[in-house]
Design a protein around this ligand. Structure first.
Ligand SMILES: [Zn+2]
Length: 486
């Protein structure tokens, strides 16, 4: 017995020692680049330019009957007028009707080009929400140290900031050694099939291989990550896949006074209940694991101890993360029933009940695997399951953090946003970059807007706005990034 207690005590002591040693050697991997050279920038004029861009309504639509091309044409003209230097030096092509591809030719052909992406289209304002806006969504009001309006965050801010950077650099006599492509889609919010897809196809036909791509997606988290007080620049190195399944149940119908034991509505509800009761397995690997490798060392000691020892605490971490929706989405394939329909009269049994369930696929979980999981969870042959439409894609591959692209972004972020920690992460939403996988391996998703957790709902929501100062920082970031790549 004594020997047993002694062995147990020794094992525990050894375990504690290992855990502490791991935590002590879990040290910061943030780089310390040289300071950014001084730069003069007219941020006031830049804010005015963005405000003007917001006033031009460029709402994308998949339905050609409701699509209004006038706004897009006006936007092209606006760019031409606002950025004369860029239009003099860069080659402009209009693709897919309204998307734009600019080529800024580098002086050295052997260097791989870089592709900077953004999109000019915006989502409409949800009917009924207009009254909730502090300033009208398409007024581009500059007030209270913010530029307000639809597109300020997603994604005209990014597009305009890239153009401001190019214009500033050209005025400064800058000549790139590498070629830069600027690709601005006009239908990102509805899938990018006419814009990004066609630009990517065209570049592919021209045998262009891009060194790396930067698009929207990541941002600067202001206190969103638990346990990290400093801002974190989240650079998307992967993005989740996308799939919507349509579930349907057909029944005889008839009078509601003589119902069967289970109605179409009951069967469908039960199917959805089973789905939600069987979440996809949580995983702590890939891009999410890398996020904590970068961020973990910056945490207070208690949390550092846990993230330095994921081999031991992984179940605990997964359990905690499950409770926070934004973090839960980083560790598993998620599912969300978004539409349900059945019945049209209170005393008639519906013959058909349908639902749509939207899935965001964790890298490694294939579409086939997800469908299989859904079928097994529901386990009811009365429920028909099929893809709701042809808008689906597998999760992306994971871009390399040791690549030239990531290192360059990391350095540029740390030079401009000196208070931030840089970290890779898994983007839980989708971007136009999915169309470019054929011409590039290293794709990064990052637009350095500073967002608190409350700000997240402004994207596609009410009171979308970007801080004046933040917008200035963003332009500086693009300038510095282009300089660093030279
Ligand atoms: Zn966007």
């Amino acid at each position: 017995m004594k020997k047993f207690i002694y062995t147990a005590f020794l094992s525990i002591a050894l375990l504690v020692a290992v855990v502490f040693l791991k935590a002590l050697s879990f040290t910061s991997i943030q780089i310390e680049p040289e300071p950014m050279p001084r730069l003069h920038l007219d941020t006031q004029q830049a804010a005015i330019n963005l405000s003007r861009a917001i006033r031009i309504k460029t709402i994308s639509s998949r339905d050609s009957a409701t699509f209004e091309p006038a706004g897009f044409k006006a936007f092209h003209l606006f760019l031409e007028k606002t950025f004369p230097q860029a239009h003099r030096h860069l080659r402009k092509e209009v693709i897919g009707g309204y998307s734009l591809l600019y080529t800024w030719k580098g002086s050295e052909d052997h260097l791989k080009p870089i592709l900077l992406m953004a999109h000019m289209d915006v989502v409409p304002v949800a009917p009924g929400s207009e009254g909730g806006w502090s300033y009208p969504p398409f007024a581009g009001q500059i007030a209270e140290h913010f530029i307000w309006g639809r597109g300020s965050l997603d994604d005209k801010g990014s597009l305009l900031a890239i153009m401001e950077a190019v214009e500033t650099l050209l005025a400064d006599g800058f000549q790139p050694r590498r070629t830069f492509y600027l690709a601005f889609g006009h239908d990102e919010e509805v899938g990018g099939f006419e814009g990004a897809a066609k630009i990517a196809a065209l570049l592919g036909e021209r045998n262009v291989r891009v060194g790396w791509i930067l698009d929207e997606g990541g941002f600067i988290s202001m206190g969103i990550l638990p346990g990290v007080s400093r801002p974190v620049a989240l650079i998307g190195i992967a993005e989740k896949g996308y799939l919507t399944l349509a579930l349907s149940v057909k029944q005889e119908g008839g009078h509601s006074s003589m119902p069967p034991p289970q109605s179409a509505i009951g069967i469908l509800s039960s199917a959805i209940h089973h789905l939600e009761r069987n979440p996809f397995p949580a995983k702590l690997d890939g891009a999410t694991m890398q996020l904590f490798e970068f961020v973990g060392p910056e945490m207070p000691f208690g949390m550092k101890l846990i993230f330095a020892n994921t081999w031991l605490f992984s179940p605990l971490i997964k359990k905690q993360f499950k409770e926070i929706s934004s973090i839960n989405a980083l560790i598993r394939t998620t599912l969300a029933p978004t539409i349900i329909r059945a019945g049209n009269k209170e005393n008639v049994l519906p013959q058909l009940a349908t639902a749509k369930v939207n899935f965001r696929l964790y890298p490694g979980d294939s579409i086939d695997y997800v469908i299989d999981h859904v079928k097994r969870s529901i386990d009811d042959s009365r429920v028909q399951i099929k893809a709701a439409n042809d808008d689906f894609n597998e999760a992306s591959s994971i871009s390399e953090v040791n690549s030239e692209g990531f290192k360059l972004l990391e350095r540029s972020v740390r030079q401009v946003f000196t208070d931030t920690i840089v970290a890779p992460f898994l983007l839980v939403a989708g971007t136009d970059t999915k169309h470019y996988t054929g011409i590039c391996d290293d794709i990064f998703r990052f637009y350095p807007m500073r967002l608190t957790s409350k700000d997240l709902s402004r994207i596609h929501g009410t009171n979308e706005r970007i801080g004046n100062d933040n917008y200035g920082e963003i332009i500086k970031f693009y300038i510095q990034m282009i300089r660093n790549s030279n």
